[in-house]
Every structure is written in structure tokens, then in C-alpha cells.
Design a protein around this ligand. Structure first.
Ligand code: PMP
Length: 436
């Protein structure tokens, strides 16, 4: 019998029936740990959901939100703004990849993706190439759950229930190549040539119909796929050759995850548009953003004079509480050196992850910065079940992991210390052995 108090809430991304029979309720958090409703401390190996890069409940962020709530609760985003929105955009532009110095605010990763896709199409129209409306995503890509995002995305579970997708979308192939790259530490040596698949689609559709290509620099939700060496560079070259915008979806890689503020900097490839969310406010208040190159912004500003240049936005764009939280977050990242801390921790993290090679059912380990993927052989006929059982076991033992398909995806808070890494890996190792 499930608890009637749990009935009304239709939970997202959750097996509601299973959950309500044995709920996992989180009631508090501090630093690297959650507290559950039984008072247990649960070590967080996934920064909430790739969000809480500075660890939980950081005082500066808490204080910033509290102060802001008492000072200005809401400011309409229509033909007006509040000062912290400008301050935040300026601070973000200062740490952004070269030239991405214009910032448009949203409330989530999904909204950032929709915004970037619309910006790309509108940009070409304003500059007189209105036939460039086609969008190219990538197989196994994840770009949130709205219709644009699931259309350019390439994960079947996100698409199959929802009828026809956005028209005029195509996909390049994914970069997963276990036959050549299994158990690679860092960027795989093989697979840069997969970028040439973009030339195939250009030959099929013609560049004059294509607005943008969107990829995650490191694909997260599909099970952590690290870009092969040279792959992102090649995508950049092909886009440049054909006048196509390149969009990086950095919703999970933004804010220090790969060792630089953004993965674009880690890999040395600058996109034209970049989406972020999650770590922007350390997960504390919903917020996302799209970074755009100066030239894209200028194109809109030099376009026909309208009351509004880009007719898009959200009631809660640049919400005062979110701006205050983001400013507190940037202060915390700066004070603790967190945006580059993954460079110090990644060797140890990689060694610990790869020590799972040889454990039962482990068929691949992938990593970069403070992101890791441990892929398990699926149970025959029951995809994702084996990994999910490991998740349940680890939760029982006081460690929160995340699984997607048959991969355990790890993305700990960037404040992680060696003893946390040891504890997480030991718990996963024991769970794998029990499952054998
Ligand atoms: N893009 C990427 C790459 C993501 O990983 C996610 C969320 N995991 C999203 C977009 C969607 O973000 P949100 O859930 O905030 O809408």
C-alpha cells in the first residue's frame, strides 16, 4: 500500500508506481551530502543532477537569495529590467569562451535550447538568408524535453511517445565507438572522422537550407560520451566552410565540469551560440542562459528597426532571485577556485573510475574532468534494469549515483575530496559484486 500523501504528485522522470511503494525522500543537504527523511547522510556523486557544482547550500548563495527576496521579488522583462540582470550578464561574458559576450536569460536548459534554435533561424532570416531553417542534431543527443530539443535530440525514449517532431531536422551520427575506444582515459583517439557525417547531410540538404548544428561537447544524458580528439574542431571547420552556426549545449558541461569554465575552452573550439543552465545558479533557483557571439547580436541590432528585435523571452527571464543566486554562485566559484578545480582532481577521479575495469558487467569506462561514465552490460531483454538495481543498492548504502540506460553517469560537486571519491567508488564496486 502506498502512502496517500504521495498520491497527488505526478513525479517527473520517475517510475511513479515503483517509487510510491518505497519512496526515497530528500529533506536536507549540505556540502557533499543530502539528508533523507530517515536522517541518513547520502553522499551526492552527481551534484544533484549536474547542478550543484559548488556543493549544497553554500552560505553566500543562500544569503544572496534571501536578501534579494526581501528587496525585489519580480521585475517585468518587457521593455524593462533590473540592475542585477546587467551585472550578471557582464560577469558571465567575462568568463565565457572568446567572443561569446552577449547573454540571453531563460529558466532552464530546455528553454535555453529552444532559445538558441530560434535565435539561429531568426539570425539567418534577419541577414537575408531566410531559407536557412534546417537544424542538425546528433544521434544520442540530449537537449531537454521541449519540442525543439527532442527534435534535434537523438534519444529514442525522449521522442517515441510524442508524435511528429519539428520538421526540417536531421541528425549526424553519434561518436560512440566501443570497438576502438573502450576504457579510454580522457578523449578517445579514434572517431574524429565521424564529424564528416555533417558533410553527408550538407550534400543531401544543401548548406543554403541549414541554419545550425547543435551538439553537447560531452554528451551526458545518453551515458557520457567524450568527443574524440579533433572531432569538435572538424565540426567547427565544416560549419565555417558552409556558413552554418555551431551551437554547443553546455547545460551539463558549463561551470567547471571539464576543468575550464566551459567545455568550449577545454577543447579549444568556440561555438557561435552556447546554452547553459544548472551550474549557473548552483542549482539553487531555476535559470538558464544562451551566450551569443557579438556578430549575431549585431545582426539583430542592424536589422530592420522594430519595437522588439528578437520576439522571444519568458516571464521569468532574468528573474531577480535567479540573478542574485547566480551572482552568489559566481562569487563562490571564484573564491574556491572551482571553475578549474576539475583539472586538479581529474587524474585521481580517472584512476578511481578506471579501477572498476574488470568488475562484474563493466564493459566500458569513460571520463573527462569531473564527469565519468561506467557502462554495464545490460540484462538480456531488460535494458537499463541492471544499472538501476545498482542505483537502488548504492542508495541503500548511502551514496546517490545516477544511471541512464545501462550507464552509471557521475558528475560530483567540484568540491569533492579524495576520501569522497574513494567512498563512491568503493560503494559502486561492492554493489557491482553483489549484483554478480
Ligand atoms: N541540455 C542538456 C545537455 C542537458 O543535459 C539537459 C538536462 N540534463 C538539458 C538540456 C535540459 O535542461 P533542463 O532539464 O534544465 O530543462
Amino acid at each position: 500500500m502506498s502512502d496517500p500523501k504521495l498520491d497527488a504528485y505526478w513525479m517527473p522522470f520517475t517510475a511513479n508506481r515503483q517509487f510510491k511503494k518505497s519512496p526515497r525522500l530528500i529533506t536536507g543537504a549540505d556540502g557533499m551530502y543530502f539528508t533523507d527523511d530517515k536522517g541518513r547522510q547520502v553522499l551526492d556523486s552527481i551534484a544533484g543532477l549536474w547542478c550543484v557544482n559548488a556543493g549544497h547550500n553554500r552560505p553566500r548563495i543562500v544569503q544572496a537569495i534571501q536578501n534579494q527576496a526581501a528587496e525585489l521579488d519580480f521585475a517585468p522583462p518587457f521593455q524593462m529590467a533590473h540592475p542585477k540582470a546587467f551585472e550578471l550578464a557582464t560577469r558571465l561574458a567575462a568568463i565565457a569562451p572568446e567572443g561569446l559576450n552577449k547573454v540571453f536569460f531563460t529558466n532552464s536548459g530546455s528553454e535555453s535550447v529552444e532559445t538558441a534554435l530560434k535565435m539561429a533561424i531568426a539570425y539567418h532570416r534577419v541577414r537575408g538568408e531566410g531559407a536557412r531553417t534546417r537544424l542538425i542534431g546528433r544521434e544520442r543527443g540530449y537537449h531537454g524535453v521541449n519540442f525543439g530539443g527532442i527534435s534535434v535530440g537523438g534519444m529514442v525514449a525522449n521522442r517515441k511517445m510524442f508524435g511528429s517532431m519539428l520538421g526540417g531536422v536531421d541528425h549526424i551520427r553519434h561518436t560512440h565507438d566501443p570497438a576502438r575506444n573502450a576504457f579510454t582515459v580522457g578523449q578517445p583517439a579514434h572517431g574524429a572522422e565521424f564529424a564528416e557525417d555533417l558533410e553527408r547531410l550538407i550534400a543531401l540538404h544543401d548548406a543554403s537550407t541549414i541554419a545550425a548544428v547543435i551538439v553537447e561537447p560531452v554528451a551526458g544524458s545518453t551515458g557520457v560520451l567524450i568527443p574524440p580528439q579533433g572531432y569538435l574542431q572538424r565540426l567547427r571547420e565544416i560549419c565555417d566552410k558552409h556558413g552554418i552556426l555551431l551551437i554547443f549545449d553546455e547545460v551539463i558541461t558549463g561551470f567547471g565540469r571539464t576543468g575550464q569554465p566551459f567545455a568550449a575552452q577545454t577543447f579549444g573550439v568556440t561555438p557561435d551560440l552556447m546554452t547553459v543552465a544548472k551550474g549557473l545558479t548552483n542549482g539553487s533557483v531555476p535559470m538558464g542562459a544562451v551566450f551569443a557571439k557579438q556578430g549575431i547580436y549585431d545582426t539583430f541590432m542592424n536589422g530592420p528597426e522594430h519595437l522588439i528585435e528578437f520576439f522571444h523571452g519568458y516571464t521569468y527571464s532574468a528573474h531577480p532571485l535567479a540573478c542574485a543566486a547566480a551572482l552568489g554562485t559566481l562569487d563562490t566559484y571564484a573564491e574556491d577556485g572551482l571553475l578549474t578545480r576539475a583539472t586538479q582532481m581529474q587524474a585521481m577521479f580517472a584512476e578511481a573510475l578506471h579501477s572498476l575495469r574488470g568488475e562484474p558487467h563493466v564493459i566500458d569506462v569513460r571520463n573527462i574532468g569531473l564527469v565519468g561514465g561506467i557502462e554495464l552490460a545490460g540484462l538480456p531483454g531488460e535494458p537499463a534494469k541492471r544499472a538501476f538495481n545498482i542505483f537502488l543498492d548504492c542508495w541503500d548504502k548511502g551514496v546517490l549515483i545516477r544511471t541512464t540506460g545501462d550507464t552509471i553517469a557521475m558528475s560530483p560537486p567540484l568540491i569533492i575530496e579524495p576520501q569522497h571519491i574513494e567512498h563512491i567508488i568503493a560503494t559502486v564496486r561492492a554493489a557491482l559484486r553483489r549484483a554478480a
